[in-house]
Design a protein around this ligand. Structure first.
Ligand code: CA
Length: 244
C-alpha cells in the first residue's frame, strides 16, 4: 500500500515514514502542498495531509485532492485546530489525527478508512457519493432507541442519524461492547486512543461530554467515580440485542 505523506516537519515525517515502513507501507514524503498536488504520477492509496503547510492552507490541498479523486485522506492536525478538523471533514477528508499520535493509532485509522472506502482508492470522484440509507444496517446493535452499526460506523437515535466524530464513534462502540459494565479509564485510553498514549486523559472526559450532549441525555453514560464509565439506556434495561 502506497501512502502520500504531505508534511513539512521532518521531525514528524521521519519517524512516521520509518514506523509505517516497518508495517509494510510505502511512504512518499513531500513537504509542500504544491508538491502533494503535483504528485499524480504514481497514484497513492491514501493521503496523510498535514494542515499546517508552508506554502498553502492544508484545507485547500484537501479540497483540491477531493475535487479530482476519491483517494482516502487522513488529516494530521495540531492541537487547537478543532475548527479546521470540522471544515476538513466537510471538505471530504475521511478522518483526522491530532498530534501527537502513535504509529499504531495511525495504522488503525488507515485500516478503518480504507475499509470504509472499499473501492479502489484513486478513482475519479464524478458525481457525489450516494448517501448511506437512513436506516440502521442489518447487524446493527440496538440499546433501547440507540442503534450502532460498526460496519458503516453509523449511529441512530430513534431512527435519526447522530453525527459523531471518528473518535466519538470509537468511544461509543467500545462502551457498547458490554453495556452496563464499567470500563476503566485506562482500558478506554488503551483501546480507543492508543496503547502508547501518554499524557493527560482529559480528552476522554471531553469526548464523554460530547457524546452525552449528542445523545440528548447525560444518563446514557454514567460515571463510576475514580474508575471509569459505562453505557446504559436511560430508564431501560441494560440489554443489547442484534437487530434483524
Ligand atoms: Ca506543519
Amino acid at each position: 500500500m502506497r501512502l502520500l505523506l504531505i508534511e513539512d516537519d521532518d521531525r514528524i515525517a521521519g519517524p512516521l515514514t520509518e514506523g509505517l515502513g516497518r508495517y509494510g507501507f510505502t511512504v512518499d514524503h513531500v513537504r509542500t502542498g504544491a508538491a502533494g498536488l503535483a504528485d499524480t504520477t504514481a497514484a497513492p492509496d491514501l493521503v496523510l495531509l498535514d494542515l499546517g503547510l508552508p506554502d498553502m492552507d492544508g484545507l485547500d490541498v484537501c479540497r483540491s485532492l477531493r475535487a479530482r479523486s476519491a483517494v482516502p485522506i487522513i488529516m494530521i492536525t495540531a492541537r487547537g485546530e478543532e475548527a479546521d478538523r470540522v471544515v476538513g471533514l466537510e471538505l471530504g477528508a475521511d478522518d483526522y489525527l491530532a498530534k501527537p499520535f502513535g504509529v499504531r493509532e495511525l495504522i488503525a485509522r488507515i485500516r478503518a478508512v480504507t475499509r470504509r472506502a472499499g473501492a479502489p482508492a484513486y478513482t475519479p470522484t464524478g458525481p457525489a457519493k450516494t448517501p448511506e440509507p437512513h436506516r440502521p444496517s442489518f447487524g446493527a446493535q440496538e440499546l433501547g432507541p440507540l442503534a450502532i452499526s460498526r460496519r458503516t460506523r453509523e449511529v441512530y437515535l430513534d431512527g435519526r442519524p447522530v453525527a459523531l466524530t471518528p473518535r466519538e464513534f470509537d468511544l461509543l462502540a467500545y462502551l457498547a461492547e458490554d453495556p452496563g459494565t464499567v470500563c476503566s479509564r485506562q482500558q478506554i485510553m488503551d483501546t480507543v486512543w492508543d496503547p502508547h498514549f501518554f499524557g493527560p486523559t482529559k480528552t476522554l472526559d471531553a469526548h464523554v461530554a460530547a457524546l452525552r450532549r449528542k445523545l440528548g441525555d447525560p444518563a446514557w453514560i454514567t460515571t463510576a467515580r475514580g474508575v471509569g464509565f459505562r453505557l446504559t439506556a436511560p430508564g431501560g434495561p441494560a440489554t443489547f440485542e442484534a437487530a434483524g
